[in-house]
Design a binder for this molecule. Structure first.
Ligand SMILES: Cc1ncc(COP(=O)(O)O)c(C=O)c1O
Length: 352
């Protein structure tokens, strides 16, 4: 008899719509402007037929990254986007029927993977004011929980943990021998990191990506940070040469170009400041700007705004319904000022 995995058969996936290249895309937390043109051309000018013909040198870039992070390669596993790393951790450190605890709403792939592999995803809601319910997270950590997933900062809420909050969650997880995954996809927009736990302790992983701050979502590159034995385990899941040569070439250039990170943060901070000041001036409640996105409570109906933004202004943004005390909201990716001006001009016209 032919076999079809029922977890896959019953899995609900939303695939991204294409045909979007003419839109200003503020719905996926990409950098709308991307890296400087000149930089892109410079990196591409180095590409030779041999570069394209050969399998990628993963070890070489892992060393570059280790130097950048001031660690060594035994703590790192490169992945084809951090979404892949998250999957590897779930596959390696949880079992069929196993319990995974995470806050919701959150990055949707945590739940997708849990269903894909037949795990039980236990959802911890936020407080009404959208702060993290730390006590509830700790209460949900039962003896049979295998994995706790935290985000720093959180997507989509953009909220964060204090050192004390994080420490108390970690010690509760460690007492019950629960592996902890901290998703730091939005690191650098928010500088505080919990990477030291992944470097110094066992059963703690950090996942990070080159898609967001480093503006390379099209390249697909991320990494897992963890203790060497844990990293060895997740590496066993990697397909051969799982990260592509172009991604690593761009990432190396991004990390090693003097002033690149500073320039990215400067443009982003200017865009964020402009947007927040505009929202405040125009009486829009907003929340959660620790990542490169923000929640905005509009004056009129969310669905209509999203639809008109797309049809009339060619701007894509995302709807989130029932977001605590904010109710129905728009989530908008933050980019450099000129894109934020394009968005606020459209919002001013449409939301009235
Ligand atoms: C919180 C979070 N984690 C992980 C990812 C996946 O990023 P990537 O697979 O591009 O590294 C995203 C993407 O939006 C995200 O928002």
């Amino acid at each position: 008899m032919y076999y079809l995995n029922p977890n896959i058969e019953n899995l609900y996936r939303i695939f991204d719509q294409n045909e979007r290249k003419d839109y200003l895309r503020l719905d996926l937390n990409e950098n709308p402007g991307g890296l400087p043109d000149e930089f892109i051309r410079q990196v591409l000018s180095d590409i030779t037929p041999q570069f394209v013909a050969q399998y990628p040198e993963t070890l070489y870039f892992t060393k570059v990254l280790a130097k950048y992070l001031e660690t060594d390669i035994s703590h790192l596993c490169l992945v084809n986007g951090s979404a892949e790393g998250i999957r590897y951790i779930i596959q390696t450190f949880t079992s069929a029927g196993g319990r995974i605890v995470g806050v919701v709403p959150s990055y949707f792939m945590f739940q997708v993977y849990s269903e894909m592999y037949g795990r039980e995803f236990v959802k911890v809601p936020y407080n009404k004011d959208l702060s993290m319910d730390v006590e509830n997270i700790i209460e949900m950590l039962s003896e049979d929980t295998q994995l706790l997933i935290l985000l720093n900062p959180n997507n989509p809420m953009g909220n964060v943990y204090s050192d004390e909050e994080f420490e108390s969650i970690m010690s509760a997880a460690q007492k019950k021998q629960i592996t902890v995954l901290v998703d730091e996809a939005y690191h650098y927009f928010y500088p505080k990191t919990f990477i030291k736990y992944a470097l110094e302790e066992e059963h703690v992983f950090i996942t990070r990506t080159f898609s967001k701050f480093f503006s390379m979502a099209g390249c697909r590159l991320g990494y897992i940070v963890g203790w060497p034995e844990g990293i060895k385990m997740v590496q066993k899941l990697c397909t051969p040469h799982n990260t592509n040569a172009f991604a690593m070439k761009f990432a190396e250039a991004v990390l090693e170009t003097p002033g690149m990170a500073d320039s990215l943060i400067r443009k982003f901070t200017e865009g964020r400041r402009y947007l927040i000041e505009w929202l405040d001036k125009h009486g829009y409640p907003h929340k959660g700007e620790a990542g490169n996105f923000i929640f905005i409570k509009p004056k009129t109906e969310v669905r209509k705004i999203i639809d008109r933004m797309k049809r009339e202004k060619k701007i894509l943004i995302k709807a989130y319904l029932n977001v605590g005390e904010l109710g129905d909201c728009l989530r908008v990716s933050i980019g450099e000022k000129k894109y934020m001006e394009q968005f606020t001009a459209a919002l001013e016209k449409i939301d009235k």
